[in-house]
Design a binder for this molecule. Structure first.
Ligand code: FES
Ligand code: FES
Length: 159
C-alpha cells in the first residue's frame, strides 16, 4: 500500500510518520501514535467521541483522512489537553458538577469545551450548547455539562 510522509506537531511534539493517505486520522492517532484517549463511537461523524483540535479548531477525527492533514499542522488530543491549565480546569469542573458518568463521551466533549473557552471566556448557555452540538452524551442529559463549562469559564486563566 502506498504511503505519504507527514510531519505534525502533536500535543507539542514533532512527529513524522508514513501513513496511507486514506487512513483515518483517528486511527493514525490511536494506533500509530498510541494516543488512545481519543474514542471511537459511531465512526461516521455523528457522535463527537473522536473530537480533537486541528490548529485549535474542533474536528471529528474519524472523518479526516491523514493524507489531508498538511505538514506542520498542530494537533491536540485529550492527552495534550490535560497538560494545559485549561484542560485541568475543565476536568476538575466536570468532576465537581457530576458531568462525567460512563465517561465515554468525555474526551471529545472536553475538547469541544476547551475550543469554546479558548475563544470565548463567558459564553451563555445557548452558546455552550451550540459548541457541543456535535458531541452526543447518553448519560448526563447535558445540563451538568453546561454547568461544568460555566464553572470552568469562571476559573479560566487570564489571557
Ligand atoms: S466516532 Fe467520530 S464522530 Fe463518532
Ligand atoms: S458520560 Fe456517558 S456518554 Fe457521556
Amino acid at each position: 500500500m502506498s504511503t505519504v510522509k507527514r510531519t505534525w506537531i502533536v500535543n507539542g511534539e514533532r512527529w513524522t510518520l508514513d501513513v496511507p493517505p486514506a487512513r483515518r486520522l483517528l486511527d493514525a492517532l490511536r494506533q500509530d501514535l498510541g494516543l488512545k484517549g481519543t474514542k471511537e463511537g459511531c465512526g461516521e461523524g455523528e457522535c463527537g467521541a473522536c473530537t480533537i483540535l486541528l490548529n485549535g479548531e474542533p474536528v471529528v477525527s474519524c472523518l479526516v483522512a491523514a493524507g489531508q492533514v498538511p505538514d506542520g499542522t498542530e494537533i491536540m488530543t485529550i492527552e495534550g489537553l490535560e497538560k494545559t491549565e485549561g484542560g485541568r480546569i475543565l476536568q476538575q469542573a466536570y468532576i465537581e458538577r457530576g458531568a462525567a458518568q460512563c465517561g465515554f463521551c468525555i474526551p471529545g466533549m472536553i475538547m469541544s469545551s476547551y475550543a469554546l473557552l479558548s475563544k470565548q471566556r463567558n459564553p451563555d448557555d445557548g452558546t455552550i450548547r451550540e459548541a457541543h452540538a456535535g458531541n452526543i452524551c447518553r448519560c448526563t442529559g447535558y445540563e451538568k455539562i453546561v454547568e461544568a463549562v460555566k464553572l470552568a469559564a469562571d476559573r479560566w486563566p487570564a489571557p
